[in-house]
Design a protein around this ligand. Sequence first.
Ligand code: NAP
Length: 277
Amino acid sequence: MKKAYILGHPLGHSLSPIMHNAAFKHLGIRAEYCKKDILPEDLPKTIELLRQDNVFGANVTIPYKLAVMPFMDNLSDSAKAIGAVNTIINDNGKLLGHNTDASGYIRALKENAGFEPKGKIAIMLGAGGAARAVAYALLNANVEVLYIHNRTFEKAKSLAKEFKFLGNIKAIGKTELKEKIIACDLLINTTSVGMEDNAKDPKTSAVEVLPNSGFVSDIVYRPAKTKLLADAEKVGLATQNGLAMLVYQGAQAFEMWTKQDAPVELMFAAALQALEK
Ligand code: NAP
């Protein structure tokens, strides 16, 4: 029996085992996707396990997306640029570190929401790990401009500087935020504001201002409708939560491990059902 893992801590709410195990079963692949909720000191020996013949690889989540990087034999271009690994592929004992969050986000936006980012004015809230993947994805998808706003302004500024080589990206402070949001085509929340389990009240919105007519995307998926998305829907704006991104990043990992097309619809349904429980 083949194995794939998710490495992280804590892993209580992860939807990944449900969607990957549903996909293995559907395709008749004798494999099991298991949680490895590990402490930092156990990370090196856990990564060594991934080199075994019967292991496809692993997904990596908080807090190890950066910590696993030095243990990889190779890194993909996206993992290098984003500076984080969310998928490890075991290639005959050699470990490739890759990042499928970026492609997952853009596929969700284009295929699931039907939004074409090329030539659009986008504003992203946040400058953390997920923001790096989303910014990488949007700049590679040729947005006209990507404005970044973050609570800690310095982080937005340094991300804009670092990603300048990918396209037109600018950090903006509070004073500019309102006018830019009103006129934007795409507003994306990549902060954890609005998420359940966050220390903050989940009834808080990541931002109070909304676009006049732009699309609103929140990469948080628990709750399925954050306050930001509920506010946007109330004024008739089209929205998308983070579930499609989660499913598509998982589907790409699945395809890299098994070299088979992932049953995306089925993975979506399995994740949605688990989320609604
Ligand atoms: P992270 O690296 O810890 O970054 C957190 C971000 O949120 C930072 O920009 C931080 O700002 C901001 N933030 C946190 N609390 C805030 C507050 N009270 N007010 C304003 N800003 C606040 O986390 P991450 O890995 O990027 O994850 C962020 C969110 O994305 C999480 O909810 C996660 O579940 C979600 N996510 C979803 C997917 C998916 O597939 N849908 C994938 C990855 C992540 P500072 O820099 O000022 O601290």
